[in-house]
Design a protein around this ligand. Structure first.
Ligand SMILES: Cc1cc2nc3c(=O)[nH]c(=O)nc-3n(C[C@H](O)[C@H](O)[C@H](O)COP(=O)(O)OP(=O)(O)OC[C@H]3O[C@@H](n4cnc5c(N)ncnc54)[C@H](O)[C@@H]3O)c2cc1C
Ligand code: FES
Length: 264
């Protein structure tokens, strides 16, 4: 039977990985097409629904990295392996890896902003010869809040990784400072033709993009993913609408030339 993409379906939690006290990755049973940067609406009856980006993709599963912040997400954290959650989706456009092939690519991500780009990094980690080079700058508040540490350790064999924290009390294995401090230090051959993806809180995206443009990056080579508040996720309720753009349908991934008018 063909699955109706608007109808919630039950999906089993196959694995739970704890990153911090309030950030876990849930591996959910899912078979079907899904791209990094797309999202699922995750729901629990009586509690509501929350849009969550796909942070990992594999045979028979999709991963969701969730920060526990409120009604729905608190309840999701009460669920364990073997329990089931309702999912709808995947929705949204997602990242197209084809857009970056043959280029120098810079990915700048803050906090849970790493989730939607994790699949892009993973793809190019396995197909690194499809890029001229890959630089990843990922920022977190403190060393204890770094997500995907094992992935970063693996990825650094194939790409340049700058892992940075806003502040560190002790000696830390990563850099200290905002992601923006590292943008002028990126060693690229031709910044005017390099591509960039920027995902994170609105202020971090604004300052990072300003930094990239100052360095010579072109607006038409910069992509963002936009976490605007959503409700239906399917272009019906208008919650995510800005002017004539439905972030849930037309995004959440946008070229900066279009997306710059959407950042809060
Ligand atoms: C496209 C998209 C992708 C997202 N991906 C992720 C992800 O990968 N991981 C993750 O942890 N979170 C993600 N979010 C944010 C997540 O949807 C919200 O944190 C979640 O809806 C909160 O639901 P809640 O009922 O637990 O919190 P609530 O009780 O509703 O609210 C708690 C706090 O979260 C804020 N909030 C509520 N709803 C949203 C919303 N839809 N978007 C942003 N902030 C909201 C509220 O302002 C409040 O401060 C994404 C949001 C969007 C739009
Ligand atoms: S979330 Fe309802 S129209 Fe986009």
């Amino acid at each position: 039977m063909v699955r109706n993409e608007y109808t919630p379906f039950l999906s089993e939690i196959l694995q739970v990985k704890k990153h911090t006290d309030i950030e876990y990755t849930f591996r959910m049973a899912f078979s079907g097409e899904v791209k990094p940067g797309q999202f699922f609406e995750v729901s629990i009856p009586k509690f509501g629904e929350a849009p969550i980006s796909v942070s990992g993709i594999g045979e028979g599963y999709a991963e969701l990295t969730i920060r526990k912040v409120g009604k729905v997400t608190n309840e999701i954290f009460e669920r364990y392996v073997g329990d089931k959650l309702f999912l709808r989706g995947p929705y949204g456009n997602g990242f197209k890896v084809e857009d970056y092939k043959g280029k120098e690519l810079v990915i700048i991500a803050g906090g849970t902003g790493v989730s939607p780009v994790r699949g892009v990094i993973e793809y190019f980690n396995e197909h690194i010869d499809e890029l001229k080079s890959l630089h990843v700058v990922a920022g977190f508040k403190t060393p204890g809040q770094i997500l995907f540490l094992e992935d970063f350790a693996k990825w650094k064999q194939n790409m340049k990784i700058i892992l940075t924290v806003d502040c560190a009390e002790d000696d830390t294995a990563c850099h200290v400072g905002l992601v923006t401090e590292y943008i002028p230090k990126l060693e690229l051959q031709d910044k005017t033709n390099a591509a960039a993806i920027v995902v994170g809180p609105p202020a971090m995206m604004r300052y990072s993009i300003n930094g990239l443009l100052k360095e010579g990056f072109q607006e038409e080579n910069v992509w963002i993913s936009h976490e605007r508040k959503m409700c239906c996720g399917i272009g019906k309720c208008g919650h995510c609408k800005i002017d004539d753009t439905y972030v849930c349908l037309d995004g959440p991934v946008f070229l900066y030339t279009k997306g710059k008018n959407l950042i809060d």
